[in-house]
Design a protein. Structure first.
Length: 103
């Protein structure tokens, strides 16, 4: 009786015969998956960076507006302080106010 190997045995024997080639093929596949993952992570990080830049720009605009508002408020209180200290001006009270009507 002649022993005939099955197809599975032949495939395994061929694979074992070319171990180095199989190892290189696995290394190439692993490297390809690593490139895919790195590319995906890079795209995610780039999108996040752009989102953070847009947020930074919005915060810069808000900060500049707040500085302008602060300067406007400081200027008003500075004028009031100078009027009180140097010119002895006081805010008018209700009973001392006079309404002037034009004819």
């Amino acid at each position: 009786m002649i022993f005939k190997p099955s197809l599975l045995q032949i495939v395994v024997k061929d694979l074992l015969k070319y171990k180095f080639t199989l190892l290189l093929a696995l290394a190439v596949a692993a490297s390809a998956f690593a490139v895919i993952l790195a590319t995906h992570e890079t795209r995610l990080m780039t999108a996040k960076r752009e989102m953070l830049r847009a947020e930074k720009d919005n915060l810069d605009i808000e900060w500049r507006n707040l500085l302008l508002e602060q300067n406007a408020l400081v200027e008003h209180s500075r004028i009031r302080r100078i009027a009180n200290e140097q010119l002895n001006m006081q805010r008018a009270k209700g009973e001392s106010e006079q309404v002037v009507e034009l004819p």
